[in-house]
Design a protein around this ligand. Structure first.
Ligand code: ADP
Length: 399
């Protein structure tokens, strides 16, 4: 079964074409359209067997971008399909499904309207996702389109975990509550961990640590709490996002820095986190390098990140009533053994013991990094959100 996975941003569109029937669940082709609607738009396309095609070409909107992607997939030179009819379904990443979507769904007019109703909750992401969906509907009218939501996996949170202690009417009127994100990734790596442990009832803490980071508590395959909130701003400090802080800081900045709401929003989402505290940058590798050279603020930023991640793990180990596994994933989680060591070395009281050699060794698709004696298994598992979207899409197509 061939599934095209599309992740549309406001000026970009990423895609991967999977052949889920091949033994390797091969990626037949993947690529990226950049600067859609801006000067200098370009397509970068690569096939699974290494043929590359890069072209700078006008892309006034997502419809043109999708058309160019299809042309690339069908091309004699760098294509992988002889006909578009070979594509069985298209899976779209959609950021916010609000309270309406606890699972992936086949897209119809009603689904699209509901995604649009969630615009106030994700004003940057959902409109872009809809542009991607509508462009694909135009280009591939006879092919099933599926929406896979970042928030869906966390719809199992109990009310005591998702409610904010605001007046209840605001929840009723605006659906202001915790939703959580990175659901596709938390689902993918927790399923893998349950498989590796051969335990469908496992209690797992998944740490998706990347440019955006979130931590989730997962009990028998169900998310019961997660660090991000109504938006991805909450939780641990991130590349450019604050993570948790006293909400009174917002009104303080409005008043004493004379900022507008939009300016505060930009400050907290784009100028804070690793970038804002360290003054070095938002990339974890740059922080680590600066800290190694004695940069005190970079070093402080790393300590804050480690501290806040460990604090969530502590809280979630209580919420879960004990844990069977901790999983590290995403850019930092998969690639920063020093951070993993710094975090796990503070979890001895939970019975967690790191195997240092394994922690610093090579990671394939996954790696156990705890000792045989450890009461809690610690895994590094490479996330693959696109594959998970393809699998969800295929499951709906097969229904
Ligand atoms: P996104 O949230 O954009 O998907 P990623 O999951 O790709 O982000 O993670 C990006 C982060 O991963 C960056 O902070 C980057 O520094 C970090 N990272 C990537 N590779 C490494 C590495 N080899 N060692 C340490 N950190 C890494």
């Amino acid at each position: 079964m061939k599934i095209l996975v599309v992740n549309a941003g406001s000026s970009s569109l990423k895609y991967q074409l999977f052949d889920l029937e091949s033994a390797q669940r091969a990626v037949l082709a993947s690529g990226l359209c950049e600067r859609i609607g801006i000067d200098g738009s370009n397509l970068q396309h690569e096939t699974g067997d290494g043929r590359k095609y890069n072209v700078e070409v006008k892309m006034p909107d997502h419809t043109v971008a999708v058309k160019l992607v299809i042309d690339a997939l069908l091309s004699d030179d760098h294509g992988v399909l002889s006909s578009l009819a070979e594509v069985d379904a298209v899976g779209h990443r959609v950021v916010h499904g609000g309270e309406k979507f606890a699972n992936s769904v086949i897209i119809n007019e009603e689904v699209k309207q509901t995604i649009k109703d969630c615009y106030p909750l994700a004003p940057l992401h959902n409109p872009a996702n809809i542009m991607g969906i509508e462009a694909c509907e135009k280009a591939m009218p006879n092919i099933i389109q599926v929406a896979v939501f970042d928030t869906a996996f966390h719809q199992t949170l109990p009310d005591k975990a998702f409610m904010y202690a605001l007046p209840y009417e605001l929840y009723e009127k605006h659906a202001i509550r915790r939703y959580g994100f990175h659901g596709t990734s938390h689902a993918f790596v927790s399923e893998k961990a349950m498989q590796l442990m051969d335990n469908p009832n496992a209690k797992i803490i998944t740490c998706h640590l990347g440019n955006g980071s979130s931590i989730a508590a997962i009990d028998a395959g169900k998310s019961i709490d997660t660090s991000m909130g109504m938006t991805p701003l909450a939780g641990v400090p991130m590349g450019t996002r604050t993570g948790d802080m006293d909400p009174a800081v917002v009104t303080y900045l409005l008043e004493y820095e004379n900022m507008t709401p939009a300016e505060v929003d930009n400050l907290m989402n784009k100028q804070s986190g690793f970038f804002g505290v360290s003054g070095v940058g938002s990339d974890y590798r740059d922080l680590q390098a600066a800290a190694d050279q004695g940069n005190a603020r970079a070093e402080l930023t790393l300590r804050m990140f480690t501290y806040n991640c460990v604090k969530y793990i502590g809280a979630y180990s209580v919420v879960l009533g004990g844990i069977d596994a901790i999983v590290f994933t995403a850019g930092i989680g998969e690639n920063a053994p020093r951070l993993r060591e710094a975090m796990v070395s503070q979890l001895g009281h939970l019975g967690v013991e790191l195997d240092k050699e394994l922690n610093y060794g090579k990671v394939g698709d996954y790696q156990l990094i705890s000792t045989d004696n450890s009461k809690v298994k610690v895994y590094v598992i490479r996330t693959n959100e696109e594959l998970k979207i393809a699998q969800e899409t295929a499951a709906l197509k097969n229904k």
